[in-house]
Design a protein around this ligand. Structure first.
Ligand code: KIV
Length: 249
């Protein structure tokens, strides 16, 4: 946590990717990534749900245990699934379970609306990463993954959210699909690092869903991602080659 703050002070970019299993976590850890997130994007890219709102605590715990076995060096953060932090007491209980499963820090979605939960988790001695902007756990109410900060009042509310989570004790904050100039404004206004996803280049760090980065979920890729590999194609080629070879004997 301290080294992330120091990186912001030195204007050194923070790198973060998701992992939900042992080999991916180990490969990312060995690659030198700063933060590994067992995100509830698990629901979409691993479990085949439509969105993150179906992910349960048991599922996140199971995948956090697996990822934790592969991490020696990076900071391992795990997501609090929807409705597992509706009250400060529940947020603390869920966060403790995630720490017991191997997470070093937890993440929850919400700004001003979740200050009491953030304060309670931090007071319990558990480091917390906040998440503001587009909140995937609210995608059904929002009617889609829409960019945030397009109007002056939305931009002001986002800056308020950022300041509120910092004051509540969060050690960093994810900005998801926030207009780039607003993300810059939040980044400049905060001491804690901002970690952007689809929020432009002015954040203190960047996070992506690893499946998007490596082309392992070819049925949907967010517009802001440029995949750096085509893993799905490699799997299709290997499977086709195995099928050919087996049938030809
Ligand atoms: O669940 C997740 O993967 C996330 C990142 C997209 C920030 O919350």
């Amino acid at each position: 946590m301290q080294s992330l703050l120091e990186k912001k002070a030195r204007r050194e970019r923070i790198t973060a990717l998701t992992a939900y299993d042992y080999p991916t976590a180990r490969l990312l850890d060995e690659s030198g990534i700063d933060v590994i997130l067992v995100g509830d994007s698990l629901g979409m890219v691993v479990l085949g749900y439509e969105d993150t709102t179906e992910v349960t605590l048991d599922e996140i715990l199971h995948h956090t245990r697996a990822a934790a076995r592969g991490v020696k060096r990076a900071l391992l953060v795990a997501d609090l699934p929807i409705h597992t932090y509706d009250t400060p007491e529940q947020a603390v209980e869920t966060s403790r379970a995630l720490v017991e499963a191997g997470a070093q820090a937890v993440k929850l979605e919400g700004g001003v609306s979740h200050v009491s939960q953030i304060k309670a988790v931090v007071a319990a001695g558990i480091p917390l990463m906040a998440h503001i902007g587009m909140l995937p756990q609210s995608v059904r109410e929002e009617g889609g993954y829409k960019i945030k900060g397009r109007t002056p009042s939305e931009a002001e509310a986002l800056v308020r959210d950022g300041k509120a989570v910092e004051a509540a004790g969060a050690f960093s904050v994810v900005l998801e699909i926030v207009k780039a100039d607003v993300a810059r404004q939040i980044t400049d206004a905060l001491t804690i690092p901002t970690i952007g996803i689809g929020s432009g280049q002015h954040c203190d760090g960047q996070i992506l869903v690893t499946h998007d980065l490596i082309g392992f979920f070819p049925w949907f890729t967010p517009k802001f991602v440029s995949p750096q590999a085509q893993v799905a194609e490699e799997i299709r080629k290997a499977a086709a080659s195995f099928i050919r070879q087996t049938r030809s004997v």
